[in-house]
Write a protein of this length. Structure first.
Length: 196
């Protein structure tokens, strides 16, 4: 059995929600990562639109950033990137798959500018984007996108795949493309019925 001083979910739950809220608020004042995570969790409580707005703001900030992220800061940077990716998948896509798909494409658009300013000798930044590429397919299945629009997006992404983050995109999108084509076929009258 773990000591009562060991940081475990059980021991922290014993502190009670009010005490934990105070501790988290104090941590958020001094730790940007904790504050960012708490803002996302609070926005998730409101709903898909609110958390999508918060994630959108972070994506915009990451796109505008110009400073180089060296190996010493890379770990925290990767955690932040992966948090944004995970929140899109775990929180936004559950209630607003359409917003999640748009956000994930915007997130993937960060790949080149982010990798250009990060020491990614370990490949960990690229791995976050490769995971997001797989997530694109999962989310797209939930949205039934327009097949032509989807094909255009995939083509555009593959045309600018300088770092290999879109290598798995075609395979990830096959289920969504199939579903989109099937749904379009169901809405068209069959040839035999149109001849009658």
């Amino acid at each position: 059995m773990a000591s009562k001083k060991t940081v475990t979910v059980h021991n922290l739950a014993a502190l009670g929600p009010d005490r934990l809220a105070v501790i988290l608020a104090d941590l958020a004042e001094t730790n940007a990562e904790v504050k960012r995570r708490l803002r996302l969790e609070l926005a998730a409580q409101i709903g898909g639109d609110a958390i999508a707005t918060e994630i959108g703001k972070r994506i915009t900030a990451l796109r505008k950033a110009r400073s180089f992220v060296d190996w010493q800061k890379r770990r925290d940077f990767v955690i932040d990137l992966d948090l944004q990716r995970a929140m899109i998948v775990d929180r936004v896509a559950q209630t607003r798959a359409d917003l999640a798909l748009d956000l994930m494409w915007r997130f993937m658009d960060l790949a080149e500018p982010v990798i250009n300013r990060v020491d990614d000798s370990s490949g960990s930044v690229g791995d976050v984007f490769r995971s997001a590429c797989e997530d694109l397919g999962t989310i797209a299945v939930k949205t039934s996108p327009d097949p032509v629009g989807l094909a255009d997006q995939v083509f555009t992404a593959l045309s600018a795949n300088d770092y290999g983050v879109f290598d798995g995109l075609v395979a990830a999108m096959v289920p969504a493309a199939n579903a989109a084509v099937r749904s379009k076929d169901c809405t068209r009258p069959s040839r035999s019925s149109s001849r009658s």
